[in-house]
Design a protein around this ligand. Sequence first.
Ligand SMILES: [Zn+2]
Length: 525
Amino acid sequence: MTAVGVNLDALIPREDFAAATVPFKGTPTGTIGMGLLKDDFFAHSLRKPDFQRETSNWTPQKIVDLVAAFLDGDLIPAIILWRSGQYVFVIDGAHRLSALLAWIYDDYGDKSRSLNYFQNQVPEEQKRLADQTRKLIEAKVGPYSSYVDANKTKYANEKIQERVGMMNSNSFIAQWVPAVDAIGAENSFFKINQAPTPVDPIEKRILRSRRSATAIATRAINRGGTGHKYWAEFSSDIQTRVEIAGKAIHDALYLPPMGGLPIKSSDVPVGGRGYSSLPFLFELVNLVNGIGTKDSLDVDSDGARTITFLDAVQKRLQMITTTSASSLGLHPLVYFYTRGGSFQPVAFLAVLQLVRKLTEKDQLDNFTRVRRPFEDFLVGHKEAFTLIVKSQGAGPRSRPALEEFMSLALDGLWAGRSDSEIIEGMAADNRFRFFATAARIREGGEGKRAFSTSTKSAAFVSELVQSGVRCGICDGLMHRNSMTTDHVERMIDGGGAHSGNAQVAHPYCNTTYKENVAKRRLEGV
Ligand SMILES: [Zn+2]
């Protein structure tokens, strides 16, 4: 889910539909003109629903076209808003409003509001698109500042003078959803979005199933057990359990917080930045609990199902991260991040499924035996994940192919094949045909252009493979959230607690694998 267009996500913050704390007593206005838009008080009240994906679908050209259309008084489809207490929710039109706000703030994803929102970690690609938009704006429309100053300088061009004269009468038409509560707003959202611009199906499903166990579990994880209590109707005992599990899962995914880009530390969070992760978490909860995209999501009235779901997610996470005894302690940069340093939600979900399959087939020890070459293979062919997502489509559509890619690599390693033999075998499969042109792809990095930040992150990932901390048992890479200290010689075999007998190891390697190996040795297998 990497951004494809100009990132305007920071300009309208997200909020929960049910978050308003004070009633609204005024009369909402029917149009949103320049006066309101440049008013900080109005901008401060704007929110988009928290289930919406990033506002990052528009190209620079589309942003310029919208600004020009606004300034020339051309018809722009109405913005649909809902007033709830101190907030104005943008039900439809977040891209349109954000484009104009971007022009007013001169922030196309790279200035103060965005820097603040992204904690000063704006990827190179985002900066490049922002820059491109700003140049296009300057050439075609002129920056907002030139309009503000137009009356002060007699040299402002005629077109700008003409538009300035019209500026106060131009506006977005606002349609207000008459709902009085969050449920009513949700219903309106659906009616509206049956219309020409379809809502992202996952967004829709999250909203429609607000009171289901999946949605409640998702929100508990998203805010680490804090925020609006969707679980307030459950008994206090259940509420506490929801909050504890939500926090544990949140922390496992999002701590330590992401550092800056390019990546300079291997201490990245397992689940990426997590600033717009509701759709990802929703997929995670459903996947782990075996709920398909067509299954109905019923209301959970007592919270029992929510607890079951959260427990299942926590247990599955403990198979890949944390210091729990079952944890493989997978390094996120090897398994879940692109070479350029972006978290790939679909890769995360695919690995989760792969590990489940290995567990069911009792192949975790076999995995551990080839873990080092398997990780080398993944890092060496990192562009494969990106290419699979590109060819199969985003989200659930590419997950099976990613799983298959990893399974085939493991099968090959178990059969003693070399990297090039494995790849040759894969290229016969339609889904991995890109390997036929792999050499060309590797030359150009992940895409056609090589961006400096991602190139630097890529260099870091390569260096991590060279010099990262490795498990004393399987030689796989270690991540800080999943480190255990192992006695080289087991205590029961007389190994002491002195430092010469200590090494870091993955929790799974340190417990189950080691025990199994010892058992097999005793049995003479
Ligand atoms: Zn290990």
